[in-house]
Design a protein around this ligand. Structure first.
Ligand SMILES: Cc1cc2nc3c(=O)[nH]c(=O)nc-3n(C[C@H](O)[C@H](O)[C@H](O)COP(=O)(O)OP(=O)(O)OC[C@H]3O[C@@H](n4cnc5c(N)ncnc54)[C@H](O)[C@@H]3O)c2cc1C
Length: 381
């Protein structure tokens, strides 16, 4: 029987598993992940805001077993792209095709910076309880959200974090004595979405008195003095530092020789095929070039790519029409008061992405909730 091995049970891997299982149930599918559960990145921010605990948006990957996919909970320790063999939990798993969907790791240098007192990796779900405790206790000082470098996941999310912090502090009645700022190495807030969307985000920060410190890259964090130093020599005080680390490819992909000059896997951007026969790659572990650099690292793109890769795996193994990823997608930007704006369009357009900003309203918040529920039900319900 034809055997497809998917490594990584996040957006890309789960979308691909669903596509393979429903379109070609005769193909044997194994999915390997070190974790036994899945939740969407934005569910962490719903937890941070106090709107919904993370557990409510979490589903077990063991649900795959009842849906015709063999689930192996294990660490992938080696990949041999020539023989198409994955080593996980000591087992060598041979495949006719492998889909690499391992996501990224938080850049070790940034994780090290965030070991300082009062500093947290705000993208790490495990840090949420400590962040809650500090936001619940602070009465004066400054909360600084810092984008530490790129590429990082979900370009709007750090700005959402700053606005959530504002909302939480207002709710506690301490906002007058606690300032909120966000620093970014970028000249504008959302370069991937263009000048108009960036102005829109900057204006929303202004509405909520969140100070925007652009073109500032954090070079050092002093936990004892509670200060950060930027690359322009300035320093800024913090009481709580919420850092957003850059993403790097998982070391196992580097060791397997699957990464390119970008540091990530570089598949063909329309077919998601790598230069190794039968090896495909999608999502955050890839570099997908476009006119202004690369596609944002976002679950919506990872999932769309996963479906295309699954179809192309089928076309290669069983025949049929090839699928093409067209770079179309959207990014949510959630604002206080349960309103969601989004930027939508063709991220492959030349000479720059052809994307439109849809301003925030409550209906889009409903659309975002539905996006999550539908996928969780489809993939793991
Ligand atoms: C706070 C926050 C908010 C976000 N908001 C949005 C949003 O609104 N919209 C959006 O589109 N995106 C959003 N994202 C980004 C989104 O979560 C990621 O882009 C998405 O998860 C990438 O999907 P993926 O399948 O490539 O990787 P992942 O979802 O990260 O999945 C990779 C999987 O591989 C597993 N894995 C990795 N290495 C190994 C190994 N060696 N062995 C075994 N298993 C391994 C991991 O356990 C993981 O389950 C957000 C992210 C964050 C942090």
């Amino acid at each position: 029987m034809t055997h497809v091995v998917i490594i990584g049970g996040g957006f890309g891997g789960l979308a691909a598993a669903h596509e393979l299982r429903t379109s070609h149930p005769e193909i044997e599918v194994t999915l390997v992940d070190r974790r036994d559960h899945f939740f969407m990145g934005f569910a962490k921010l719903w937890d941070l805001s106090g709107w919904r605990p993370l557990a409510e948006g979490t589903r077990s990957l063991h649900a795959l077993t009842g849906r015709g996919v063999r689930f192996v909970q294990a660490e992938v320790t080696a990949i041999d792209p020539d023989t198409r063999t994955v080593t996980a939990g000591g087992e060598a798993i041979a495949a006719d095709a492998i889909l690499v969907a391992l996501g990224g790791v938080h850049a070790p240098g940034h994780v090290a910076l965030l070991q300082a007192d009062g500093a947290h990796d705000v993208y790490d779900a495990a840090a949420l309880p400590a962040i809650h405790a500090e936001l619940d206790a602070i009465t004066e000082g400054r909360v600084l959200v810092s984008i530490l470098g790129g590429p990082f996941q979900c370009p709007p999310a750090p700005f959402e974090v700053a606005l959530i912090v504002d909302e939480v502090l207002r709710g506690r009645g301490v906002r007058d004595s606690v300032s909120v700022a966000i620093s970014t190495p970028q000249p504008i807030t959302l370069p991937v979405a263009g000048v108009d969307a960036s102005r829109y985000v900057a204006a929303r920060l202004g509405d909520h008195e969140v100070e925007l410190l652009s073109e500032r890259k954090v070079t050092a964090v002093d936990g004892a003095a509670r200060t950060v130093t930027f690359d322009n020599g300035e320093t800024a005080d913090y009481s709580i530092l919420l850092g957003v680390p850059a993403l790097a490819a998982p070391p196992v992909l580097v060791d397997a020789g699957l990464t390119g000059p970008s540091g990530f896997v570089e598949p063909d951007r329309t077919t998601l095929r790598t230069s190794f026969p039968g090896i495909y790659a999608v999502g955050d572990c890839t570099h997908v070039p476009n006119a202004i650099g690369a596609l944002p690292k976002a679950g919506i793109f990872a999932a769309a790519e996963g479906v295309v890769a699954a179809r192309n795996i089928v076309a290669e193994l069983a025949g049929g029409e090839e699928a093409r990823f067209d770079g179309y997608g959207y990014c949510f930007l959630e604002l206080p008061g349960q309103k969601v704006a989004f930027v939508e369009g063709d991220f492959f357009a030349e000479p720059k992405p052809d994307v439109t900003l849809v301003e925030a309203d409550s209906e889009q918040f409903v659309r975002k909730q539905a996006y999550e529920l539908e996928r969780l039900e489809l993939w793991l319900g």
